[in-house]
Design a protein around this ligand. Structure first.
Ligand code: ZN
Length: 138
């Protein structure tokens, strides 16, 4: 656990997401008007501008869209370089920036990943992902 990392602003729009992370549940929004999922948290649907967004539990599974390996820490709170930053496309159709845990040799574009919740700082739980075993990935 790293102390003093920059923290997200937890506001009325994003609080259910952060509460979900602390509970080990990946929550995203879904629009009742057009049926599409929405991430990051917001007030209006970016597809149809409806305000009929509600919170749903995501599957926690997705696929790596792209990634990079960070070798240089950008703050004193980051001692754990190198690490992988990725854009993950959840099965629900939304894209999330995250970190990929585990063996870097298994990280590749298109790899199936599953969410794991990590307490990155006291009270700050972040949704990271790990590449699934080939046998269980689907
Ligand atoms: Zn919509």
């Amino acid at each position: 656990m790293a102390h003093g990392i920059p923290r997200p602003v937890e506001d009325a729009d994003s609080r259910p997401f952060w509460e979900g992370c602390r509970e080990g549940v990946l929550r995203i929004q879904r629009c009742a008007s057009c049926g599409r999922h929405v991430f990051y948290p917001r007030l209006l649907c970016p597809h149809c501008f409806s305000d009929q967004l509600s919170w749903v539990e995501a599957s926690g599974a997705g696929r790596i869209h792209t990634y990079t390996v960070v070798h240089r820490a950008f703050g004193p709170f980051q001692a754990d370089v190198p690490y992988v930053v990725a854009l993950v496309d959840l099965d629900e159709g939304v894209r999330m920036m995250t970190r990929i845990l585990g063996d870097r040799s298994s990280v590749r574009i298109g790899a199936r990943v599953r969410v794991e919740f990590v307490e990155a700082d006291e009270g700050l739980v972040l949704p990271y992902f790990r590449v699934m075993d080939e046998a269980t990935a689907s």
